[in-house]
Design a protein around this ligand. Structure first.
Ligand SMILES: Nc1ncnc2c1ncn2[C@@H]1O[C@H](COP(=O)(O)OP(=O)(O)O)[C@@H](O)[C@H]1O
Ligand SMILES: [Mg+2]
Length: 582
């Protein structure tokens, strides 16, 4: 249960609402439990025969009023406690996303997206059900029980004891059945998720399915899954069907006991008919609050398990974060970059990815990095952005050790255009201004022009307001890359990195964009990674990476004169280009 303590700080924020909720639930139940007493006394008046009609009418009026009050206060209880729990749910969700976003890349390697999504979709609602319904129903049960018990005991302690005997069984039965229902329900849910994924794949992959005439196979697979889903649903319905009759039997037993014992008392003249009626109504009043005990026990157990899982995520300390080494007096980045004997291997593997890498880029210069796939080009960028921490050697920016630069500042001033552009299901405008939401339309158009996007965007029906992704249009690979470059440029970075981000763009467009980039980046530092030599040949300095080592370095002319690997690759690519142009 101590896992639940973690939620206390959240409860404290909504203390006022919760306390008010507890007060109104008390008033609601005081009203509700006084009604049977009024009914009982009214009946006794009528049975007595010698009654005053006005008094009876007045009692009926009281009953009506009390019932209305109780309903109104119950409504207020929900408004307080359930609303507070929804607000806490909102807080929890925000905190969870915040904590996840601050984690290092290694964390995401250990916690796949699916797992993180499961925490958001299962654990947060479970915690909320504990904070809302569990607290509200517990308060309801405690207050109803206290008041009803008081009224019953003052009336007749013996009938009270006898009527209460079956109640613990009601609580226990709800607990057991509730547990079974929850398991069956989860089963139904996960089957449904499988079914949806399968349907989604069949629909989005319809072209491949048709091309290979696999329609029948897909159909039978889906039908089989659908049938399993049906069976799971039937099982859930069966368990739910047991619950009500079981409850009714237990309630019935309690009524029989009261009738047998209380009836005798009435015959002996030791209790009145009104007393007996009161007992029946009290027992009815108690059924749901008592059943709630079993149900709430389940909610608490689930809430505790979920809260423990959430706690682990919320309290996870990011591996890479500002700490005592951080020098907060650093408030700008000029753009001089230095790698000094960097060796690196990823935490999850054993291979050495970078082997004694050293280079220096002066502010305003361009470094080109070439090398085949998997030689560690992107890893250099990962380390520069501190997505991963270096093992040995040092990286310096403007002479400051990377570890002393505040991480936010670092990432704000370095823009990376990744190999695989990631565009959001947003407008083109929104995608370009992602890193600088305050950008004006003029600024957006200016960078789009530099990336040779502007005219293409104007051919779309909604221009810059055209939606991308699922709800909009699909851009070509080259267009995506250029949107991604425009996005990087609009943040005015001190250091701009293109990680093979022109691979899908034709050579003419590529030289156009690179030409503009040179102008745009003239006082800033640029790193261009490519497998195409034509992309990097104008850089001030070029390094050729081979299996994590710097094999050759120098400017284009020097490397061609060196007549080594670089020159060789260059000749091969020239040849390929000439053949292409034939
Ligand atoms: N997150 C990672 N965890 C473990 N190994 C990785 C990770 N990223 C890349 N690698 C490995 O590191 C090597 C270099 O990768 P990378 O820097 O992406 O190469 P490049 O960008 O030159 O194609 C590859 O062998 C790759 O499999
Ligand atoms: Mg790469």
């Amino acid at each position: 249960m101590k896992e639940l303590y973690r939620l206390i700080p959240y409860l404290k924020r909504y203390k006022k609402k919760l306390i008010l909720g507890l007060i109104v639930v008390t008033i609601a139940n005081l009203c509700a439990t006084y009604v049977p007493r009024l009914v009982g006394t009214t009946i006794d008046m009528i049975v007595d025969g010698n009654y005053d009609m006005n008094k009876i009418l007045l009692n009926i009026l009281y009953i009506l009023l009390l019932t209305a009050f109780s309903g109104y206060f119950m409504f207020l209880t929900r408004r307080m406690i359930i609303v507070a729990s929804r607000e806490i749910e909102y807080d929890l969700r925000k905190d969870l996303l915040n904590s996840i976003q601050s984690q290092s890349m290694n964390f995401f390697h250990k916690n796949p997206t699916g797992n993180l999504m499961a925490h958001a979709t299962n654990d947060i609602p479970a915690a909320r059900e504990f904070l809302g319904p569990a607290i509200m129903y517990s308060a309801n049960t405690v207050t109803t029980f206290t008041f009803a018990l008081y009224f019953m005991l003052t009336l007749n302690p013996e009938i009270t004891m006898i009527g209460l005997i079956p109640l613990p069984f009601i609580a226990y039965a709800t607990y057991l059945v509730g547990k079974k229902i929850h398991i069956a329900f989860k089963d139904v849910q996960s089957k449904f998720a499988e079914l949806t994924t399968q349907a989604q794949e069949s629909i989005s992959g319809v072209r491949v399915i048709r091309a290979y005439t696999r329609e029948f196979y897909e159909y039978t697979r889906f039908a089989a899954m659908s049938k399993e889903y049906l069976f799971k649903n039937l099982r859930l319905a069966r368990i739910e069907a047991i619950f009500m009759p079981l409850l009714m039997v237990l309630v019935g037993l309690s009524h029989i006991a009261v009738l047998a014992y209380g009836g005798n008392l009435v015959i002996d003249g030791r209790a009145s008919l009104g007393d007996l009626t009161q007992f029946f109504i009290y027992l009815e009043l108690l059924v749901w609050p008592v059943a709630a005990i079993g149900w709430v026990t389940n909610l608490i157990q689930r809430g505790a398990a979920s809260s423990a899982r959430l706690g682990k995520l919320l309290e996870e300390i990011p591996e890479i974060a500002d700490n005592s080494e951080t020098d907060n007096s650093i408030n700008k980045i000029e753009g001089e970059v230095e790698f000094d004997s960097i060796n690196y291997k990823y935490p999850s593997t054993e291979n050495i990815v970078l082997d004694d890498i050293s280079f220096r880029i002066s502010k305003g210069n361009t470094l080109g990095i070439v090398g085949s796939v998997g030689t560690g080009k992107s890893t250099i960028i990962n380390l520069l952005l501190r997505l991963f921490e270096t093992n040995s050697g040092a990286i310096k920016i403007d002479g400051h050790n990377l570890k002393s630069i505040p991480i936010d500042l670092l990432r704000k001033h370095i823009s990376v255009v990744p190999q695989e552009p990631f565009l959001f299901s947003e407008t083109i405008k929104g995608n370009i201004s992602f890193g600088n939401p305050a950008a004006t339309m003029e600024e957006i158009i200016a960078v789009a022009e530099k990336c040779k996007l502007h005219e293409e965007v104007l051919t779309f029906q909604n221009g810059y307001d055209t939606m991308l992704g699922e709800r909009g249009i699909t851009l070509s690979g080259g267009q995506k890359q250029r949107v991604s470059i425009a996005r990087a440029m609009i943040t005015n970075p001190s250091i701009l990195i293109l990680d093979d981000s022109l691979s899908a763009v034709d050579s003419a467009t590529e030289s156009f964009v690179l030409g503009n980039l040179k102008e745009f980046m003239k006082d800033r530092t640029t790193i261009i990674i490519s497998h195409r030599i034509s992309t990097v040949m104008n850089a001030d300095n070029i390094i050729l990476l081979d299996k994590g080592k710097i094999a050759e370095s120098g400017n284009h002319e020097q490397l061609v004169t060196l007549n080594g690997k670089y020159a060789n690759i260059f000749r091969l690519q020239q040849l390929a280009k000439e053949i292409e142009e034939l």
